[in-house]
Design a protein around this ligand. Structure first.
Ligand SMILES: Nc1ncnc2c1ncn2[C@@H]1O[C@H](COP(=O)(O)OP(=O)(O)OP(=O)(O)O)[C@@H](O)[C@H]1O
Ligand SMILES: [Mg+2]
Length: 307
């Protein structure tokens, strides 16, 4: 295990500097991730694939971004570029001012941009929940007392401190994903990327995880990048980014993005159920505006229609 002194020598970060990075990065509006003309290809010899193709994006600190796109469109590759698990072949990815192509920055970028993956079982490393959550800060070389404090704090913040002595593999899928989120939180990241982390969960588990990430975003101003196939989840984001064949093809607020029903469907995606209903009513001439994505507004619209 390495201590902060070694971390400082090896990676050029001090505890104060590190906390400063987080404190600074959480000031809403500051640039969290800048992607400039990034390209990434998998070199499959006979069949090379350009998975990310000339993507330019800015993600601001405190934003909640939803990323949509059909299977194989490049979402996971883009996510891996964002936390320096992969480095672009061309273009640049800059996280909190740190260019991912510089080897010295990779460790700091990964610490600041935590990833939660699809299968909660693949992320379990401890025999108890608290051990599991402590694993990340342990590897950062944090002092044992501080590790315990951070792990308990992370569990408390997402409301599962009561599970701390439980065996993670016996928890529900939603609880396991919350443990994985707590594990990332204990490393004090500025941003969390969830790569289809709700796709293996039942509706209750999905809701729990969505509420957790909404809480972290709204109450703790944490930057969230949520890759999902569920349109209802994307509706909670500040901005929706649609990827197709490695390119950003649409971006805007959820209402802006989903109101173009034909375009979304052409990209192999769905729109929220109420948007589809209002869209069909518009085609039939019953309403003039189908720019609605939430149930309450849809009910109001339908009520006014009935009179
Ligand atoms: N390790 C790999 N080796 C070779 N090609 C890969 C590899 N990983 C992904 N690809 C290819 O790169 C493209 C983008 O894949 P990626 O996993 O980023 O898409 P995705 O949008 O996350 O898909 P999904 O919705 O299925 O998770 C696809 O054509 C895929 O086949
Ligand atoms: Mg993927």
């Amino acid at each position: 295990m390495i201590g902060w002194k070694e971390v400082n020598e090896r990676y050029g970060v001090t505890i104060g500097g590190f906390i400063g990075i987080i404190a600074d990065s959480n000031k809403a509006g500051k640039k969290m991730i800048e992607i400039l003309n990034a390209e990434y290809s998998y070199d499959n010899h006979d069949y090379p694939v350009k998975a990310v193709d000339d993507v330019t994006l800015d993600i601001k600190s405190g934003e909640f971004i939803a990323v949509l796109g059909r299977n194989g469109s490049g979402k996971s590759t883009l996510a891996r570029l964002m936390n320096a698990l992969m480095i672009p072949d061309n273009g640049r990815v800059v996280v909190l001012g740190m260019d991912s192509s510089e080897a010295d920055n990779v460790w700091d970028i990964r610490k600041n941009v935590g990833m939660i993956f699809q299968n909660p079982d693949n992320q379990i490393v401890g025999t108890t929940v608290i051990e599991d959550v402590a694993f990340g800060p342990e590897n950062l070389g944090v002092e044992p007392l501080e590790i315990r404090r951070r792990a308990e704090d992370a569990l408390k913040r997402i409301g599962i401190l009561d599970l701390k002595e439980r065996a993670p593999h016996l928890l529900s899928g939603g609880q396991k994903q919350k443990v994985a989120i707590a594990g990332v939180l204990a490393m004090k990241p500025a941003c969390i990327i969830l790569d289809e982390s709700t796709s293996m969960l039942d509706p209750i588990g999905r809701r729990e995880v969505l509420e957790t990430i909404k809480y972290l975003n709204k109450s703790e101003q944490m930057t969230i990048v949520h890759i999902t196939h569920h349109m209802d989840e994307a509706c909670h984001a500040d901005r929706v980014i649609v990827i197709d064949s490695g390119k950003v093809v649409i971006q805007g607020t959820p209402v802006e993005v989903f109101s173009d029903v034909e375009k979304i469907e052409k990209l192999g995606l769905d729109v929220p159920q109420v948007t589809r209903l209002l869209h069909n009513l518009k085609i039939d001439g019953f309403v003039d505006d189908s720019r609605i994505i939430d149930i309450d507004s849809a009910v109001e619209k339908l009520r006014s229609l009935i009179g």
